[in-house]
Design a protein around this ligand. Structure first.
Ligand code: NAD
Length: 468
């Protein structure tokens, strides 16, 4: 493959082919799974600032072997069909890997959100939603978008509200998108879910000493030196949890306008506040305009959490991290993946690593369909039963239960506790199955191929049961 043709989509397809060869997927089925089922381009006009502006949006449906299909919508001036199709394909594999019962989809609007006022973005988003709804590209039963780069709770709330207006008698209309604010049918723990998933994935990797040793490391996350690219939703939460809860030291953060370095550890909340107040990292203590030097700085763990195509054949040799965990989708190209792997770098692949978002989106969708908050029915029952047990223990041993533990023990799980528990379970099990697969056959070169193989085996089974 020539230099020019290593696009995001071609990288995903080469990773797919490598795994499909090892699984032994038949030629016909391989083609069926690989290509996007459909990609819609919508162009619509919105009158703003006394002028008619035409916007271009995409929604690609990669595979409908499970329905609804699921995947984020990004707002980016650089979005194009190739990117959306690559992201939709990754969603299919990701959902299959973490057993979220969805096919894969992805969408984008070609827009730079920073150029528009909030009320203008709302009008644009509502119009975009109408275009999607017309084609069943947003629907609780068929296609369920979520936030991605450049979108968040606010945009999801607008979309859900617009959908509700269009289909007022649809009892399940809240389930048409996930990532909504809690007051608009969202679920606690969704905002930080992808970053939380990155933390859980790394913690599980460190529970596999043989994998950590393979990467030339030992011990736990405590004291590990971490570089993060992109302090947006995913990068910020991952950096915050790793530094505040696990003792990792964030030594470098790269953003659009430069980077920040601090060998003693960057105050992530302070830097995040600075970015929001000043629109970038410039001016923060430890600022450098030389992001490349931060990308290639000595560290234990690199977390690309911005965008695709960051580590390429040109710079892969300069990356010094022992572990790269792909918080973003597609940050490492196919060739760069081979170069890093051959250097002994453990790559925790996107289709597993950033699955925390879709996992908690799945919980939100189930919550919307069941119309009840997780834990609502059990919490007080748990409290009552535990109190009875405590009373029985006190009677048996003849002394009082220590009050410092009592409160925590009798308190039943909240929605957030249950979401975290479910997410932790998915992330732990996900790592265990891909690591086991990688170790099971020396023809499987890395965790990515192992993850892709598991996803393909499940999709193949699903098509098989349909007689395809
Ligand atoms: P976001 O828009 O909240 O954050 C992206 C951050 O990256 C921003 O702070 C932006 O300034 C920065 N950035 C952009 N280009 C950069 C560059 N060239 N160099 C350095 N920094 C740059 O987006 P997000 O939701 O955090 O998504 C980030 C990545 O994670 C994307 O690849 C997305 O597909 C993936 N992802 C997101 C979710 C989710 O739940 N939001 C789930 C799975 C995967």
């Amino acid at each position: 493959m020539t230099k020019q043709t290593e696009t995001f989509l071609s990288s995903v397809e080469r990773m797919f082919d490598q795994a499909a060869d090892l699984v032994g997927v038949s030629e016909g089925l391989r083609h069926k799974i690989k290509v996007a089922n459909s990609t819609y381009t919508v162009r619509f006009g919105v009158r703003l600032r006394n002028k008619l502006f035409t916007f271009t949006g995409y929604r690609s449906v990669h595979s409908e072997h499970r329905e609804p299909v699921k995947g984020g919508i990004r707002y980016s001036p650089h979005a194009d069909q190739n990117e959306v199709e690559a992201l939709a394909a990754l969603m299919t594999y990701k959902c299959a890997l973490v057993e979220a019962p969805f096919g894969g989809s992805k969408g984008a609007l070609v827009i730079d959100p920073s150029e528009w006022e909030e009320h203008e973005l709302e009008r644009i988003t509502r119009r975009f939603t109408q275009e999607l709804a017309k084609r069943s590209l947003i629907s609780p039963a068929q296609n369920v978008p979520a936030p991605d780069m450049g979108t968040g709770e606010r945009e999801m709330a607008w979309m859900a509200d617009e959908y509700k207006r269009l289909y007022p008698s649809d009892l399940n209309s809240w389930a048409c998108v996930t990532g909504k604010p809690v007051s608009k049918g969202g679920i606690r723990g969704r905002v930080e879910a992808t970053g939380r998933g990155i933390q859980y994935a790394l913690k599980e990797a460190f529970r596999h000493p043989e994998d950590i040793k393979w990467a030339g490391l030992s011990g736990t996350l405590d004291g590990k030196r971490v570089v993060v690219q992109g302090l947006g939703n995913v990068g910020y939460h991952a950096a915050q949890f790793l530094s505040q809860e696990d003792g990792a030291i964030i030594v470098g953060v790269m953003e659009r306008d430069g980077a920040v370095v601090n060998e003693n550890g960057i105050d992530i909340d302070g830097l995040h506040k600075h970015i929001h107040e000043n629109g970038g990292v410039k001016g923060y203590s430890g600022y450098t305009s030389d992001s490349t030097s931060v990308l290639t700085m000595d560290c234990d763990i690199f977390i690309p959490a911005a965008m695709e195509g960051i580590v390429t054949r040109e710079n892969a040799n300069d990356i010094k991290a022992n572990i790269v965990i792909e918080a973003a989708n597609g940050p490492i190209t196919f060739t760069a993946n081979e170069i890093l792997r051959d250097k002994g770098c453990l790559i925790i692949p996107d289709l597993y690593a950033n699955a925390g978002g879709v996992t908690v989106s799945y919980f939100e969708w189930v919550k919307n369909l069941s119309h009840i908050r997780f834990g609502r029915m059990q919490r007080r029952q748990h409290e009552k039963q535990t109190l009875q047990m405590v009373e029985a223990i006190e009677e048996m041993v003849g002394s009082k239960f220590p009050t410092k533990h009592l409160e925590k023990i009798i308190e039943g799980p909240t929605e957030l506790d249950l979401v975290r528990s479910g997410l932790d379970d998915v992330m732990r099990e996900g790592y265990q199955v891909i690591s086991k697969k990688w170790r099971s056959d020396n023809r499987i070169p890395d965790l990515r191929t192992a993850a892709m193989m598991i996803a393909l085996e499940r999709i193949q089974d699903s098509y098989g049961s349909l007689g395809i």
